[in-house]
Design a binder for this molecule. Sequence first.
Ligand code: TXA
Ligand code: MG
Length: 305
Amino acid sequence: MSILLPTDEAIDLAVQALRSGKLIGLPTETVYGIGANALDRDAVLATFRLKGRPADNPLIVHVSSLEQVQQIASSIPTFAYDLARAFWPGPLTLVLPKQPTISNEVTAGLNTVAVRVPSHPVALKILTRADIPVSAPSANTFMSLSPTRAEHIEQKIQDGLACVIDGGACEIGIESTVVDCSSTYPVVLRPGVISREQIEGVVGQVGNEAPRQRKSPGTYPRHYSPVTPVRIVERLERKDSGIVFSIPLNERQIQLPIDPLIAASLLYASLYALDRMNLSEILIQAPRDLPEWEAFWDRIRKAAG
Ligand code: TXA
Ligand code: MG
């Protein structure tokens, strides 16, 4: 396995690998993914095995255009079209009723399929050239940190990939917003940098997941965690290590800017760096409890378990 710069040749290699049922590491604007031909049951099963992911946790299918979604989803409500037009290509995943072409392995037996058009130019190039729907969960083992740089992909995962295409540091840095569009009104299943307010701006009222139990099976309370235990605190002392929004008091404190989008884009890379410092605990300074910090809060809560 090798990490390749996104030259034409490398992209062709990745496309050939996908088409022959192999797995690849691909950059997206959110996090790196493990790409597989979503129409190839064996490749999809290999993805679950490589991640150590339970079979009841469905995958997101990535396509290059809204037109391609019609081959995957059996029906697309008007509000889903509106969301797609507003935010694609980009960090938004729509859950739609599935076509029979999409196997139960991809959707974990659900009659819905999650789909998105990523905006990363390398991902789009791969998807366009491959001309197949590509399932891509984050390129981490189950419950660990999602990689936001090619070199953050664990060796164990890299060993199962035909290649990794290096698209640089992911601009968004946390996983896409997942919106269920399979019922009469949209419901946010996983918050992301496309906020509830932005979605409401397009479709009006948006529901919460709470009334429907675990509609998104992958949303476990502990998730996206480094190996080192994580705790959220009001402020860090001079002896503490972790993430701060104030001036760092030692070299084991990483400062994030008080900007929810920039902070999100640096969160996993910061946790990754801290995880390699052999600490007994990583502390994260709590940001303000405001709507624009919802996705950041979601990920740090999951990191803290
Ligand atoms: O940003 C992202 O979405 C990244 C990049 C690689 O695109 N992918 C990603 O995939 O985060 P993954 O597998 O780590 O997370 C998929 C999420 C899970 O929470 C899963 O439960 C939800 O999407 N999901 C997938 N299919 C679903 C469905 N049919 N119904 C409800 N939730 C679904
Ligand atoms: Mg994931």
